[in-house]
Design a protein around this ligand. Structure first.
Ligand code: FAD
Length: 479
């Protein structure tokens, strides 16, 4: 490990070791760059390849590709320092490049580098409904993370609800692991893909993956209900867990069709409405962001995965939700171009063209998927006045609407100041999208990028104790 304090010994600091970060770190090192690969997890792989040591990989997808990337990492150990269980809370520009601040246990470490690749992924996008704060109501990703990461089934009788193909992956994983999946309740219409035949045909792998999940669900006799939503969850008699849900057919705006609601018993609910890119760090660095086709805020990048801040590259879900295959391609391109920028090898133009062509095909599929599974504004009609919007601060829907109607708030940031949604421990990760949607709905307009920026800017990207902050980089400056 280099020792000088002033010269940033690393060419590139890669934040995140999921599909995108792992691909970026290994392609950069293969070009001769010195890389610090920093991740909060105990193992590389991110969300898609979440696994345990000595894991039974039968339920993992694209494991061969993961082994290739992990093999590259092992092979390039002389050029890559892998820093697991490091939580990056802040990245700043310096005179000679960047300093990435991370906590590891109660120590702070600082990684100096010439360039940075941000590959921080995404997390589950949530929409509130009456009863969603009950024990037993999980995000779809959390249920899958428990299964993949801990081998733990979240429940025995599970309802899977929300929108998007990810629900199929979650339901199939649960059914294969022995849970009774009482149904997949898809608020949208999967036939929406039919409007994008070219994008579907250009991605046979995605179609095969989806068909695989449907085969598993058919084998386990799991019913799939399109245009149907979970609009409320109900407590057990003791009130300490979920006991059932109310589902209803939904119209194209996701408003419940009168007379169609019915009660289904279950002990667990897995809910997911797509993903929210983790873009705190690009926002800290002043990178431009934009509203993507799935109404999420993403970082702006060019065809070299360069952000609008020189020396900052972004890959994977942080620059647009598109799944693991796209993340690997963007990561590989970001690694090649970041290595080139920092004086390591010149990327092979033919390889760059091949990667860019495959990226375009994956990106077109992601766009088709987002357009086929949009979040319609009618979800707010599921809410009661006392339905909690912000779980951390226990802010009910009535407080958000009152901030708009009576206190004159005209954007989510003002509502945050008046009623505190997004001011708690998760800093709006859970409620940001819903709060912005509710406010825009109340004002009779659509959500803007500025609205989401107001709920996504976090100068401190990961919790850090005041003690660690005050002690400074006790863990030493890694450069
Ligand atoms: C819970 C969950 C489950 C998913 N399951 C699937 C699935 O089964 N199939 C599928 O196709 N897609 C799935 N996805 C979508 C997934 O986002 C992509 O498939 C893929 O993993 C994206 O790759 P990525 O490298 O961009 O991000 P990720 O895989 O999310 O990797 C990002 C990495 O960055 C790390 N990180 C983030 N912020 C920091 C920080 N501040 N400091 C240090 N480390 C940080 C994270 O710990 C993570 O390891 C899932 C997403 C989620 C949230």
């Amino acid at each position: 490990m280099p020792t000088s304090q002033t010269d940033p010994g690393y060419d590139i600091a890669v934040v995140g070791a999921g599909p995108a970060g792992l691909a970026a770190a290994t392609s950069a090192a293969n070009s001769g760059a010195r890389v610090a690969l920093i991740d909060s997890g105990a193992r590389v792989g991110g969300q898609y390849w979440r696994h345990r040591r000595g894991d039974d990989i039968r339920h993992q997808h694209r494991w061969k590709e993961f082994r290739r990337l992990r093999g590259n990492l092992d092979h390039r150990r002389a050029l890559i320092d892998y820093l697991p269980e490091h939580f990056v809370w802040h990245v700043e520009r310096t005179g000679s490049g960047f300093s990435t601040h991370a906590t590891c246990g109660d120590a702070e470490r600082v990684v100096d580098s010439r360039a940075v690749v941000v590959a921080t992924g995404a997390y589950d996008r949530q929409l509130p409904f009456p009863g969603w704060t009950l024990p037993g109501v999980f995000t779809a990703g959390a249920v899958q993370g428990l299964l993949k990461g801990q081998g733990v089934l979240a429940g025995r009788r599970v309802g899977v609800a929300g929108t998007g193909p990810f629900l199929l992956a979650v339901a199939a994983g649960l059914a294969e692991a022995g849970a009774t999946v009482v149904g997949v309740f898809e608020a949208g219409l999967p036939t929406g893909f039919a409007r994008h035949p070219l994008a579907v045909l250009a991605n046979p792998g995605k179609v095969a993956e989806g068909a695989g999940y449907l085969r598993i669900l058919a084998r386990h006799r799991v019913p799939c209900h399109p245009r149907t939503g979970v609009i409320a969850a109900h407590a057990s008699p003791s009130g300490d867990s979920v006991h059932g849900v109310t589902v209803a057919r939904l119209d194209r705006d996701w408003r419940p069709v009168p007379g169609t609601d019915r009660r289904i018993d279950c002990d667990t609910v897995a809910v997911g409405y797509g993903f929210v890119p983790q873009i705190e760090i690009p926002l800290q660095l002043g990178c431009d962001t934009r509203l993507d086709v799935d109404d999420s805020l993403v970082a702006v990048v060019d065809d070299r995965q360069r952000s609008t801040v020189p020396g900052v590259f972004i890959a994977g879900e942080a620059c647009g939700v598109g799944g693991a295959v796209l993340s690997v391609l963007e990561g590989e391109l970001a690694g090649l171009h970041a290595a080139h920028l920092t004086g390591a090898g010149v990327p092979d133009p033919a390889r760059v063209r091949r990667l860019a062509r495959r990226r375009a095909a994956q990106r077109s599929f992601a766009t088709a998927m987002h357009q086929a599974f949009p979040v319609a504004a009618g979800w707010s009609s599921w809410l009661d006045d006392d339905t909690v919007i912000c779980r951390c601060e226990e802010v009910p829907a009535s407080a958000v609407t009152r901030a708009v109607d009576q206190l004159g708030a005209t954007d989510p940031r003002a509502v945050k100041l008046f009623a505190r949604p997004g001011m708690g421990l998760c800093q709006g990760r859970m409620c940001g999208f819903a709060t912005a949607g509710l406010v825009a709905d109340r004002l009779g307009r659509t959500v803007t990028a500025e609205d989401l920026r107001g709920m996504s800017s976090r100068p401190i990207a990961q919790p850090i104790t005041l003690g660690t902050l005050a002690a400074g980089p006790r863990g030493g400056r890694v450069s």
